[in-house]
Design a protein around this ligand. Sequence first.
Ligand code: PEP
Ligand code: MG
Length: 556
Amino acid sequence: MFTLMGHGIGTDIIIAKAWINIYFSGLEIRYSEILESEITSEIDRLRRAIKMLDKDFEDISASFKNSKTGDFNNLIDSQRLILNDPLLVVETEKRIAESLINAECALVRQLDFIVEQFSKISNLYFQERKVDVEQIVGQLVKKLSLLDQIEKPRKLGSELAGKNETGWICVSDEISINEVSKFIQEGVRGFAIESGSPTSHLATLFKSLEIPAILGLQEHNKLVEHGERVILDSESGVLLVGVDSYILTEYEERIKKGVQKKQKLKVFVGLPCQTKNKVDMSLMANIENPAEAIKAIELGVSGIGLFRTEFLFLEKNKMLSEDEQFEAYKRVIEALNPLPVVIRTLDLGADKLPASFSSKFTKDSNPALGQRGIRLSLENPDFFKIQINAILRASKFGNVKIMLPLITEKEEIIKAKQLIYQSLGNVSDKFCCDLNTPSIGAMIEVPSAAIAIESLIPHIDFASLGTNDLIQYTLAIDRTNNKVSHLYNPGHPAVQFLIENVIKSCIREECPVSICGELANDIRQTRKFFMMGLREVSVNISDILNMKEAISKIEV
Ligand code: PEP
Ligand code: MG
């Protein structure tokens, strides 16, 4: 038995089979087993992809035939030789037949083998060929996916669903936010991913879905076999591989204890959120979709402190119309009424930009510092107004507040408010209703905003500390980069200084203030801020009851 370590997301333990997911050349390669009866057709699929690629090479060659591009034609010839080399073709076919796997996986396995052989030869020529083979395999994988789109759209991974009652744990080098729900629908109950860090938006999504996960997992390549039983302990961030019956029993016992603990926590649902010395705290929920709003009410929250609306777009992987957004906001607002719902305007950009949006918005080379959050909205006012109209229309069903993400200076708030007021007039006229102006607040998540908070306060009705980004920007650590995630330190004096500055300034100026970043879950941290007068925190649904219990044990 051995363990692979990473950052645990959640508190649950699950025992299930490993579903190995591979990415190659930017494409997801779904590991897929085939039946013996499918060998011939799978080999045929591979051959057709090879033929397609060979034809591309032939066409390119023909178009340059009469030009003086001898070197280029030689290059194309050498690529065609690799493409038709038995070491690639015949051996991949053998892998399909012997391992009963799909063509993509067989290709990548054969590529690994070839690369390994080439790296044993310290000759520059072979080192360069290694890159050529990688490129050819990349192009073949793309052709295979093209074939699938043209011919029958294969439901990759459909064999996953219902095959095993205990489901699967997806083990992958990476995964994008919009793919997660697809895997869950197909029977995946947990994720162990090499990329990502505990404060990445991927982590946020796993928490909101209450799916146990490990991010920043040690390299798993070839260590975990597809279909083998593994244990995912999301509390300690450990993936156990090759477990024996002794370990299995121990973990089954721990699962039972986890269930009992959750059961005990339920007593807090009906209790007010108070400290030991009876100081009331407002415990709000962070949500990403309407379904979570219902869960939040069942847990007895004081309201929604952060509705991350961009996740509605990410889940669907498309732009939502005004009506579609209106329906989603209305569901949340109506369900919570009269409790407050803080709707954050779109915080798209950086790691939250679905592929389908990339043609609309330019891709930044340094996205966390680029067009993200309020910047993207103000640069695209028509797009921003669609969301604002939808929020304002929904606002008549309850208690809504609007929050602006990634504010760095007061001018952004002023511009956003102008657009909101314009929409307010238009929506009121169009729908013949008298709408109240909602409270407008700002996320304080950039050091400039935290330092110059006093210049923002006159323009806002409330402030909420987004500690995930505040820590990322203050300590210069990319929250999506696992290689620097060990530097994430909420206790860093600079971070503490900024949080204190915001809380104290807001209290002095009587501007309501809360914390909605991950740090809010950490009672050792929040206790200090409660002592300063902070009375509101907003946490993920899965942390609500734990937090209520933790607050009940402290004195302020
Ligand atoms: C934050 O930055 O702390 C925050 C709550 O917003 P998000 O995690 O969505 O960036
Ligand atoms: Mg943020």
